[in-house]
Design a protein around this ligand. Structure first.
Ligand code: H2B
Length: 93
């Protein structure tokens, strides 16, 4: 799978408010009421990531979750990252 170009990435990001592109990945962060809510969403994202065999780079501090998506095998951002990003936004909404 070929990485998307920066122009393609910036165009796709217009439909994903809250996500930005830098350092060869797309990034977002979320804040929840507490750790339980943050980790519950992470668990649901984890099951979707397994289903897609496409996994986030992420970290969690108490009620916040930072997420970066890139396709390691392709060395950049691909449509798979956008598919997972859209699912993440639906799960968080
Ligand atoms: N996730 C992400 N984000 N990028 C990958 O290239 C990737 C992955 N590759 N999950 C998959 C797993 C690969 O390592 C396995 C072997 O299919």
């Amino acid at each position: 799978m070929k990485p998307l170009t920066e122009l393609q990435i910036l165009s796709l990001l217009k439909d994903l408010p809250g996500w930005e592109f830098n350092e060869n990945a797309i990034h977002t962060s979320f804040e929840f009421d507490d750790f339980k809510d943050a980790f519950s969403v992470m668990t649901r994202i984890a099951f979707e990531a397994e289903r897609l065999n496409h996994h986030p780079d992420w970290s969690n501090v108490y009620n916040t979750v930072q997420i970066s998506l890139s396709t390691h095998d392709a060395g950049g951002v691909t449509n798979q990252d956008f598919e997972l990003a859209r699912i993440i936004d639906e799960l968080v909404a």
